[in-house]
Design a protein. Structure first.
Length: 366
């Protein structure tokens, strides 16, 4: 009996050590920051003349790429591939995605008194089609995520069976087809009305090529994690992040002729090399500088990101309908948007924790 108990204690200690490893802790911290950036940039309460708000909004572009890199990093650390678990997760993710689209559609149909046909409901939920009068907002990410997850068995096989060169080829093609073409197109636009975006149609997975790019970057980050941490100067990630953010701000200034927020989002932000530099830099910064110890921020905010992601947008839509009209635009400020971000994230976390305790619903937020 004592031997069995000892073995159990050893096993639990090993599992706890693995769970508390630096790799997982830094990813929780990173996800926590990124979900705050996501909430910050939706339905903003920033004054048009806010320079600080404009800089933070520029930084917000790194959130989605970092989420995708995190997914690529975690999925490619698995030593074995479980097809049953893979298909279960794929089907579950799709069902949850469909249900959330249905929730978004029903809520907005009710508050805006919109009527939709059965055909529209089917197209919007089962086939992720856009419907007039319905804002699905951040749910675009899950649509692209499912496509990337379909490719995942191929990329996992390549990394586990000496196919890294082919994986690198996939990375290069996806980069050229979306981020590369986008960057060249933006550069050419500064010198005239040039447009080479049609070149992207020649590349597979065009609609989510940038997602595949960051997914594979995350995979390579995991594959060469020791080399990256031991052979790259620790200040390089900081430099990458700072330079990337400065370039994002500069690009927006060139395109808008102002350093202020001005209620203008950067066009094709995810297709910019500046965003890629800042995203990779931030990812590496957390890898280098995060503590080995689990902390409150990563444990509670970082581990609730999926619930916050699904819930925050629909709650903000309700706020826009019932609360925002009573907020004087003169009260818009960076502080107001920060308060909105913290309060909305906290409310979503509470809802997430409650839903997680309901067996039939917990899959909706994890």
């Amino acid at each position: 009996m004592e031997i069995k108990l000892s073995d159990l204690q050893v096993k639990n200690a090993a599992l706890e050590k693995q769970r508390m490893s630096n790799r997982l802790v830094f990813l929780d911290d990173l996800k926590g920051l990124c979900i705050l950036l996501v909430v910050f940039c939706h339905f903003v309460l920033l004054p048009a003349d806010s320079v600080a708000g404009n800089i933070i909004m520029s930084i917000c572009w790194v959130a989605v790429p970092c989420f995708i890199m995190t997914t690529g990093y975690l999925l490619h650390k698995k030593e074995t591939f479980d097809w049953k678990r893979y298909f279960t997760r794929l089907v579950t993710t799709y069902i949850v995605f469909v249900v959330w689209r249905l929730i978004y559609m029903c809520v907005q149909s009710n508050i805006y008194d919109e009527t939709h046909t059965v055909s529209e409901y089917i197209r919007a939920t089962l086939f992720a089609a856009d419907i007039n009068g319905v804002d699905f907002g951040a749910l675009w990410y899950m649509k692209a995520y499912i496509v990337i997850y379909l490719i995942y068995p191929v990329t996992w096989f390549l990394f586990r069976h000496d196919g890294r060169k082919f994986a690198l080829g996939m990375l290069i093609v996806s980069f050229i087809g979306d981020i590369g073409v986008g960057a060249v197109n933006i550069l050419l636009s500064y010198f005239g009305s040039f447009d080479i975006s049609s070149v992207s149609t020649l590349v597979p997975y065009t609609n989510c090529a940038f997602m595949l790019t960051y997914f594979l970057i995350g995979a390579f980050m995991h594959e060469y994690r020791d080399d990256i941490k031991n052979k790259i100067n620790r200040y390089i990630p900081v430099i990458l992040f700072v330079v990337g953010v400065l370039l994002i701000v500069l690009e927006k200034y060139i395109e808008t002729k102002t350093m202020s927020w001005n209620n203008i989002y950067l066009n094709n932000g995810y297709k910019r090399i500046s965003v890629m530099l800042a995203s990779i830099g931030l990812f590496m910064c957390f890898n280098y500088y995060s503590s080995n110890k689990e902390n409150v921020f990563g444990k509670y905010v970082g581990q609730c990101t999926m619930g916050v992601y699904y819930i925050h947008y629909i709650l903000l839509i309700l706020c826009v309908k019932y609360i925002y009209p009573y907020i004087n635009i003169e009260n818009y400020s960076l502080a107001a948007n920060l308060i909105k971000t913290v309060v909305m994230t906290a409310v979503c976390m509470v809802i997430t924790c409650i839903v997680r305790r309901i067996p039939l619903l917990k899959k909706m937020v994890i």
